[in-house]
Every structure is written in C-alpha cells, then in structure tokens.
Design a protein around this ligand. Structure first.
Ligand SMILES: Nc1ncnc2c1ncn2[C@@H]1O[C@H](COP(=O)(O)OP(=O)(O)OP(=O)(O)O)[C@@H](O)[C@H]1O
Length: 93
C-alpha cells in the first residue's frame, strides 16, 4: 500500500470503505477498497473472480494488498460514482 496516495472517501459498502487513490509518481487514479480482515474469505473470492474478468463493461482489477488489519483492493476508478449511477444518468438523457 506504500505505492499509493489515498485521498477522500468516495463510497461505503457494508464492510468496506472505498477511497480515491493515485499511484505514486504517476497520474494514474484508482479506486482503493479497504475491507476488514474478518472478511478475508469473501474478499479473496471477489479478487479471484475480478482477476479473471476482462471485459470492457467491467471495471479493471489491478491488485490487492494485505496489511495488519485490512485487505486492500485496487481497481479502476469510476468518476461520478458507481456504474449503476452512471447508467441511471444515461437513461435520463
Ligand atoms: N471503482 C470505483 N470508483 C469510484 N467509486 C466507487 C468504485 N467502487 C465503489 N465505489 C463507491 O463505493 C461504494 C461501495 O462500493 P461497493 O459497491 O463495491 O461496495 P460493496 O460491494 O457493497 O461492499 P461490501 O462488500 O462491504 O458490502 C459504491 O456505491 C460507490 O459509491
């Protein structure tokens, strides 16, 4: 996790907090999802599925890390909220 700057919180799940992040020394912005380690099994399952998904309709998975109390998932940043919100906006146009 030392490779990333962490900015503001952009959302929350039931067991997770999602932050905007940036890979150090780059202008690559990412979403950083922090999940408590008690959810380890579920998170690793999510990571495994995410890792195998390569589709232009699915956010890209980049990496995951483990620190003392948390698991961190790094994936494509979706400006403007989650995909659901963007789809809702498209419908209104
Ligand atoms: N890639 C992203 N880019 C920007 N914002 C995001 C991204 N992913 C998630 N968010 C924000 O974080 C919120 C929670 O994320 P997400 O839906 O992935 O959590 P969850 O799977 O419900 O969590 P949990 O597993 O804890 O129940 C989203 O509703 C959205 O606002």
């Amino acid at each position: 996790m030392n490779n990333f700057h962490i900015y503001e919180e952009v959302g929350r799940g039931k067991y997770s907090v999602v932050y905007k992040g940036r890979k150090k020394k780059t202008i690559d912005y990412v979403a950083v999802k922090s999940v408590e380690k008690t959810r380890r099994k579920k998170v690793l399952n999510e990571v495994r599925i995410f890792h195998n998904l390569k589709n232009r309709h699915v956010l890209k998975f980049y990496n995951w890390y483990e620190t003392r109390n948390h698991l961190w998932i790094i994936f494509e940043y979706c400006a403007g909220g989650d995909l659901f919100q963007l789809i809702e906006q498209e419908k209104k146009v």
